[in-house]
Design a protein around this ligand. Structure first.
Ligand code: SF4
Length: 235
């Protein structure tokens, strides 16, 4: 019955991803980018070789723990290029959960449709670089048509929908100047999130030899962002 929903990984309990809410995080496979700092290498490069977790067991877990699970976060990989996303959101809504999607924002037509259909309650778009083709290619290692991302940002800025825009600074991909460029382009957004790099299943193993930005440096970036953006958090 749920053969269209292919979930590759589950974090059962998370209080970190959605302030004030208890969540479960579900991961879908595949991605259209190749960010070196990505910590989901297997899901991005070899998702077919990562076994699916039977969706019935995920449903049983969610229903059995409803008391403390306010919302379900869908991550990846890039969920918006995965055919499971729509089916999964529909089913989570049938079960009565709030939903959050973490995305790189490049599949604007689908994401806009899901927002308008009220299948998503909160969307989090991770910005990889200053918003132009050259910088984006340097980080994501692929050619990106920036019109989709720009259209999605414009749509969100002018809507009453709940969204957040994040960045994940790492010395190998984002300078202080890049960070300032990104912040300048986000004037007027609802919420800005600085994500600290999590060293896990890294896409580019060479990054293990580069110290991530320190907490002090991230705090300095936070204070810079706070000068011009309304709500900022470090996560
Ligand atoms: S960080 Fe996100 S967009 Fe980049 S490769 Fe990983 S899953 Fe894809």
């Amino acid at each position: 019955m749920y053969e269209n929903i292919k979930v590759k990984k589950v974090i059962e309990h998370s209080l970190k991803e959605w302030e004030t809410k208890g969540t479960t995080i579900l991961f879908l496979g595949g991605c259209n980018m190749r960010c070196p700092y990505c910590n989901q290498k297997s899901l991005v490069l070899n998702s077919n070789s990562v076994p699916d977790i039977p969706y019935e067991s995920i449903r049983d877990f969610l229903m059995g723990n409803r008391k403390w699970i306010d919302g379900v976060v869908i991550s990846g990989g890039e969920p918006s290029i995965n055919p499971s996303l729509t089916f999964l959101l529909q089913d989570l809504k049938r079960m009565g959960f709030l939903t959050k999607v973490l995305t790189n924002g490049t599949n604007e037509p689908l994401l806009r449709k899901l927002i308008i259909s009220k299948l998503i309650d909160l969307i989090s778009i991770d910005i990889k670089a200053p918003i132009n083709e050259i910088k984006y290619k340097e980080v994501s290692k692929v050619n990106i048509d920036m019109r989709n991302l720009k259209n999605l940002l414009t749509f969100l800025k002018t809507s009453s929908f709940n969204y957040e825009i994040s960045v994940t600074p790492h010395p190998s991909t984002m300078t202080e100047e890049d960070f300032e460029d990104i912040v300048d382009s986000l004037t007027g957004i609802k919420k800005f999130v600085i994500r600290k790099i999590e060293i896990g299943d890294l896409l580019d193993d060479n990054l293990r030899n580069i110290e991530p930005y320190s907490d002090e440096y991230i705090n300095m970036l936070y204070l810079k962002a706070k000068r011009s953006l309304k709500e900022c958090v470090v996560r």
